[in-house]
Design a protein around this ligand. Structure first.
Ligand code: CUA
Length: 156
């Protein structure tokens, strides 16, 4: 196959730009210490989740008018606390971690879908305007009981 000199030049420029962009992306990601998305980067010792506040007392607290804070621990194969109940129109700020392996936290019918990693604390918020039962599913394969890993939020 014969390549014209100009074709070779343009091919060379294209490859050089690709290498430059990938190198820039890689350098930036490492130098900025990119980590799983989180409002503030929080960590927790995954072996001491049960003794570390706030995960020593998983549950929900009212922090204002239609504002709640839910502290939840994902484990094989469930979530603590088991069910949550809030009045319609409430915003829940979730603080999540895992006490064993990587789990998922997807609230079906909403745009909430986060990974729950051991050692990392994930933060996500959602306002539940419509009454009903919201299913929370684990969407990261975590073992033999993965398909049974779920909980619900009841919005009244
Ligand atoms: Cu937890 Cu799948």
């Amino acid at each position: 196959m014969h390549l014209h000199r100009l074709e070779k030049t343009w091919l060379g420029i294209g490859i050089a730009m690709l290498v430059l962009f990938l190198a820039t992306l890689g350098t930036m990601a490492f130098s900025m210490g990119m980590a799983p998305p989180s409002e503030h980067h929080h960590t927790v010792d995954p072996r001491k989740v049960a003794e570390t506040a706030p995960f020593d007392k998983p549950g929900m607290t009212r922090i204002g008018d239609h504002r709640y804070e839910a502290v939840m621990v994902a484990y094989a194969f469930g979530y603590e606390p088991e069910t949550l109940e809030v009045p319609a129109g409430s915003r829940i700020d979730f603080t999540l971690t895992s006490s064993d392996v990587v789990h998922g936290f997807e609230i079906v019918g909403t745009n909430v879908n986060v990974m729950v990693l051991p050692g990392e604390v994930s933060h996500v918020s959602h306002t539940f305007d419509k009454p009903g039962e919201y299913l929370i599913l684990c969407n990261e394969y975590c073992g033999t009981g993965h398909e049974y890993m779920k909980t619900t939020i009841v919005v009244k």
